[in-house]
Design a protein around this ligand. Structure first.
Ligand code: SF4
Length: 77
């Protein structure tokens, strides 16, 4: 389970986040390319946009489901 106390600092404010356990394997980028992207040196990914509709919420959920390190979380805020 992703740890909201270890969020990557670049995540935009909101419920969805990537924590510091991202490897990065990039499989989530295929599920939610509009929401997630690499940091500058490609050592992890983060949410540059929060989901704003059902379609985007579904994409974020799929990204969370495929993440092998459980780095993606939703703290419900
Ligand atoms: S699926 Fe998980 S470990 Fe892989 S890049 Fe995305 S957040 Fe990082």
């Amino acid at each position: 389970m992703a740890d909201k106390a270890s969020k990557q600092p670049e995540n935009v404010p909101g419920a969805w986040f990537v924590d510091t356990t991202c490897t990065p394997c990039r499989v989530c980028l295929e599920e939610a390319p509009n929401l997630l992207k690499y940091n500058d040196d490609e050592t992890y990914v983060y949410f540059h946009k929060q989901p704003e509709n059902d379609e985007e919420n579904g994409a974020a959920q799929r990204a969370m489901d495929v993440c092998p390190t459980l780095a993606i979380g939703n703290d419900g805020e």
